[in-house]
Design a protein around this ligand. Structure first.
Ligand code: NAD
Ligand code: MG
Length: 396
């Protein structure tokens, strides 16, 4: 039995992970589930998966969950706060940790899992983007296995030379091509983007995802974070990572080799496929996903991203090239601006403007320790909050 912790169990990736694990009860035993404050949803998951531990970030929510689980006669112990998260990520009888918390909030627990030498299934790209080289060194030192769940990186990993491990060199690989759907505003007139609403931004054409990553897909900051993620996971420079818009989201990414061969991974746009791949690697298990029907798909299209429509993509390339704390600044500013947009406090187009202002205001520093990274994250959040407020005043 493989002991499994799901960090961010109530989210979109968390739900898909538990669905795949439930198809293989003889293979996976769920030991710990975590969420931010959604205790009712976590209570349901506890009765279905019977973990030893459940973790919430809020005392009141944890108390509610405790009494609900006691009423149901479940033996799950409820922990609280970031200590609880790190405990869940490092349990002795857990081999496999799904890192599916959204944003910088997932950094400590994901890093703890890596430090403890677990098999880390990485969905929480923001943690890797923030802590980049520190994260990868931690993985190397502890002997942890880092497997990408992000569909593009999982696809690239599947197209890498046999025996490839993340962080290592990939002989013969010349370019990584990340595909992007282009999001819901791919065909909108540019002048209308100012007026895009949160509901329109989260209505992704192909994937059903959490709200933050859905907005990131609409701005293509998601692809920008993924460029940085790819540089770290596959040990390449930003110039070797190319982004291609592919509206059908059937090719999940590609690798071009020196001899001209281009390998791609295809499948339904359903996260259960990369999740099942990472859960069972190097074996293959059933994911519950329908087979891909290419005749029904009909055609596969490709286009270059328009920098005027997706300024966040270029900002991410800049942060990747600058290195040090720049990716942490980029990520923090984006989290703040996206949250403001989702609360109706900023326009869609303010997101890129706020991120750009923060990158310009904060010179990157070497990011060798966690304290420096946390300080960079805090500083960028403060500046981004101010940038968003001043934009709002300007708009009135
Ligand atoms: P989501 O919003 O659906 O779920 C987020 C989870 O994190 C929830 O369980 C929530 O309770 C928990 N959480 C939120 N804030 C927290 C905090 N402060 N402390 C502790 N826990 C907290 O998000 P999602 O779409 O499942 O995405 C999760 C991660 O996976 C993100 O980093 C995203 O970029 C990445 N990812 C998602 C998809 C997808 O298809 N949804 C694809 C690729 C990568
Ligand atoms: Mg992705």
């Amino acid at each position: 039995m493989i002991g499994l912790t799901v960090l961010g169990a109530t989210g979109s990736i968390g739900a898909s992970t538990l669905e795949v694990a439930a198809l293989h009860p003889d293979r996976f035993a769920v030991r710990a589930l975590t969420a931010s404050t959604q205790w009712q949803r976590l209570a349901e998951l506890c009765s279905r998966h019977r973990p030893k531990y459940a973790v919430l970030m809020d005392d009141d929510a944890a108390e509610q969950l405790r009494s609900r689980l006691a009423d149901a006669g479940l033996g799950t112990e409820v922990l609280c706060g970031s200590e609880g998260l790190c405990r869940a990520a490092t349990l002795e009888d857990v081999e496999c940790v799904m890192a599916a918390i959204v944003g910088a909030a997932g950094l400590d627990a994901t890093l703890a899992a890596a430090r403890a030498g677990k098999r880390v299934l990485l969905a929480n790209k923001e943690a890797l983007v923030m802590a980049g080289p520190l994260f990868m060194h931690t993985v190397q030192r502890s002997g942890a296995t880092l497997l990408p769940v992000d569909s593009e990186h999982n696809a690239v990993f599947q197209c890498m030379p046999e025996g490839y491990r993340t962080g290592g060199a990939a002989p013969g690989v010349e370019q990584i091509m990340l595909t992007a759907s282009g999001g819901p505003f791919r065909e909108w007139p540019l002048a209308r983007l100012d007026a895009a609403s949160p509901e329109q931004a989260v209505a992704h054409p192909n994937w059903v995802m959490g709200r933050k990553i859905s907005v990131d897909s609409a701005t293509m900051m998601n692809k920008g974070l993924e460029v940085i993620e790819a540089c770290l996971l596959f040990g390449v420079e930003p110039a070797a990572v190319k982004v291609v818009i592919h509206p059908q989201s059937v090719i999940h990414s590609l690798v071009r080799y020196r001899d001209g061969s281009v390998l791609a991974q295809l499948g339904q746009p359903d996260m259960r496929t990369p999740i099942a791949h990472a859960l069972a690697w190097p074996e293959r298990i059933d994911s519950g996903v329908e087979p891909l029907d290419l005749i029904e798909t009909g055609k596969l299209e490709f286009e270059a991203p328009d920098p005027r429509r997706y300024p966040c993509l270029e900002l991410a390339y800049q942060a990747a090239a600058a290195g040090g704390t720049a990716p942490a600044h980029l990520n923090a500013a984006n989290e703040v601006a996206v949250a403001a947009f989702l609360r109706g406090k900023a326009r869609f187009t303010d997101i890129a403007v706020a991120v750009e202002q923060v990158l310009q205001a904060l010179p990157p520093e070497p990011a060798e320790d966690l304290e420096t990274i946390r300080a960079a994250d805090r500083r960028a959040r403060e500046l981004a909050a101010r940038a968003v407020v001043s934009k709002r005043r300007g708009a009135r």
